[in-house]
Design a protein around this ligand. Structure first.
Ligand SMILES: [Zn+2]
Ligand SMILES: [Zn+2]
Length: 457
């Protein structure tokens, strides 16, 4: 009798820190090793202790966002023999992200007194990096080449960020597919997902991020791009500047490519200076280094070289200075305390000629979340000591990096899996999928995996 099981190591069934344990007839795999973005200290970790020490045969990372890779060094410490499989861009971005995360955790230890931080150290990342195994897209590899049984894994481009992958795992004629975070449409720089044609896999582990997100039927990305160009133009014509707070990985490069397109289409003046800052610069260098080896709309376009983007003052910690007539794409996307976009906002928000343009999601509790809810003239608290009156224009645009719920539903219906696990979604997102899947796939068992509960398949 073969035994196949799945166990969620997440703190709760929600969008949080992602990690899942698979046991395929004796082959133990850890899928993703995320950090919870809203929890602190040891609570930010998945339940790694559910998997016996040094028992895993492999760790597989779908992509290099913090909620999927942010605690990989801790997972590797728990599973010292397990090689880590990931794509080359995922490794490059992930390594930079983990080092940055050590710095963030170290300052949180000092300022917030979180004594468990940092959860890992720079030297540990360098040491553990030796066990990372780079694998290409669409080429099956053996997980346990010396083992008795054969488990093969294939990465498929997930179109979500550079290096993101959906993961197909096969053993004893059984198939498991994990979507990771997926974007079927792609965006200005990166092409959309290229997933395999699945035929009744045993298990489909599917993200559900936008399940509660009812997008107007006449939405088009091209319209949103035009509106963003108009938002930038309005600020420039008013004698101000535009600030676009962006996530360092993905959104920064997507927005910069859009700005380059706007310039060549004549939507904004060609000479408008563009500044980036914070972690974005490092991540853009990595995006550029893969410009000719990944699927994209403009194959040889290198952002830093071709756009002559200004990266602010090179001296560490020197703040980027405000000038009128410019575009600032600064991380973090949620304008969290101590980040470049937050510090820059001190000298930006009170000027009515400026425009603050949001292109992504912000937690309601973050400064960006507070600004989205505020009215003109309100006083915004940026951190413990800085308060600024909000006089600039504020606009929001919809450029989600995740698939629309209807697209995910269609993907699942075409695959006809025996079991579907709905992950990476808040409860209202998951509950949109359940009746829809039950109707379209009456034979399929649809499950929202609860933390630590083993599901056999
Ligand atoms: Zn992601
Ligand atoms: Zn995610």
């Amino acid at each position: 009798m073969s035994t196949f099981s799945f166990q969620s190591l997440n703190l709760r069934a929600e969008i949080g820190g992602n990690s899942y344990s698979l046991n395929l007839d004796g082959t133990s795999i850890l899928l993703d090793a995320g950090m919870h973005p809203k929890e602190d200290g040891l609570n930010a970790l998945p339940h790694y202790q559910q998997v016996p020490f040094d028992s895993a045969d492999a760790i597989i990372i779908s992509h290099s966002h913090l909620d999927h890779i942010g605690t990989l060094p801790v997972a590797q410490r728990e599973q010292p023999s397990a090689p880590v499989y990931l794509t080359a861009p995922c490794a490059a971005l992930g390594e930079a992200l983990l080092h940055n995360s050590v710095n963030v955790m170290s300052s949180q230890r000092e300022e917030l007194g979180i004594t468990e931080y940092p959860l890992y150290h720079h030297r540990e990342i360098d040491y553990l990096r030796d066990r990372w195994m780079i694998r290409p897209y669409e080429k099956a590899f053996l997980l346990d080449p010396l083992g008795e049984t054969e488990t093969t894994v294939t990465f498929y481009d997930a179109g979500h960020i550079l290096g993101s992958a959906g993961v197909l795992i096969e053993k004893n004629n059984r198939q498991i597919f994990y979507t990771g975070d997926v974007n079927f449409q792609g965006h200005s720089l990166i092409k959309g997902a290229r997933f395999p044609q699945l035929n009744e896999p045993d298990l489909l582990i599917m993200e559900t991020t936008r399940g509660a997100d009812e997008r107007p039927t006449n939405y088009t990305r091209a319209d949103q791009e035009k509106l963003l160009a108009k938002g930038i133009r309005n600020a420039l014509e008013a004698g101000g500047s535009a600030l676009i707070p962006v996530f360092a990985i993905g959104k920064t490069q997507e927005v910069l490519t859009m700005i380059d397109n706007f310039k060549s289409e004549g939507l904004i003046p060609d000479q408008t200076p563009v500044f980036i800052g914070g972690l974005s610069t490092k991540m853009t260098v990595i995006y550029d280094s893969f410009s000719d080896s990944t699927r994209r709309h403009r194959p040889n376009f290198e952002i830093l070289r071709d756009m002559k983007v200004q990266t602010g003052n090179k001296r560490r910690r020197a703040p980027i200075e405000y000038k009128p007539g410019a575009i600032y794409c600064l991380s973090s996307g949620m304008m969290s305390e101590k980040t470049t976009s937050n510090i820059f906002a001190r000298s930006f928000l009170q000027n009515p000629a400026n425009s603050l343009l949001f292109v992504g999601y912000a937690e309601p509790t973050t400064p960006a979340g507070a600004i989205k809810k505020a009215s003109s003239g309100d006083v915004i608290r940026l951190d413990g000591t800085h308060k600024v009156q909000l006089n600039c224009a504020v606009e929001e645009f919809d450029f989600s990096g995740h698939a629309r719920r209807e697209e995910l539903l269609e993907f699942a219906v075409q695959a006809r899996p025996k079991k579907i696990l709905l992950v990476h979604g808040d409860p209202d997102a998951v509950s949109w999928f359940k009746p829809k899947l039950a109707e379209a796939l009456p034979e399929t068992e649809v499950i929202t995996p609860q933390p630590k509960v083993k599901i056999h398949f």
